[in-house]
Design a protein around this ligand. Structure first.
Ligand code: FAD
Length: 108
């Protein structure tokens, strides 16, 4: 079976980084493809407990693919749901903090 922790770190890296470089003004093609990518996760993600939880939280809190900032925040909130469940610290979902971690690096 996959290493759920390693898989998780790699997947969050891919998802947060992809959100950080998503357009401010996405075209319909950007939106449709991002929605497909996210909606595939509860079906395909190779940790069934994780996939089931994600499917549940995506139902009550549907993805917002309307802009880079909206998508980044939505993903941060999803990740925080998992953090909370696992007893990990919550992340500050402001765009500044997200960009520092996933796009620009520390400013000083
Ligand atoms: P991770 O949680 O992997 O975080 C990696 C880095 O992301 C952190 O070091 C931090 O810099 C940054 N970060 C942390 N929180 C946020 C945030 N909210 N927004 C942006 N950046 C942030 N594991 C389970 O045991 N049970 C589950 O049900 C489960 N569900 C998962 C669902 C999904 C969709 C994914 C992708 C992973 C899931 N995992 C689950 C794995 C789990 O989330 C962690 O990836 C794993 O436990 C390793 O944790 P970590 O402490 O190394 O850091």
């Amino acid at each position: 079976p996959p290493d759920v922790e390693e898989l998780g770190r790699s997947t969050w890296t891919f998802l947060h980084t992809t959100a950080a470089y998503y357009p401010d003004k996405p075209t319909m093609a950007h939106r449709v493809n991002m929605l497909s990518l996210l909606r595939a996760l509860p079906v395909l993600y190779p940790c069934s407990v994780c996939a089931t939880h994600l499917g549940e939280t995506m139902k009550t809190h549907p993805p917002d693919v309307s802009s880079r900032a909206a998508l980044s925040r939505w993903l941060c909130e999803q990740h925080n749901e998992v953090n909370e469940r696992l007893g990990k610290e919550k992340f500050d979902c402001s765009i500044d903090k997200l960009d520092e971690r996933w796009k620009d690096g520390p400013t000083d």
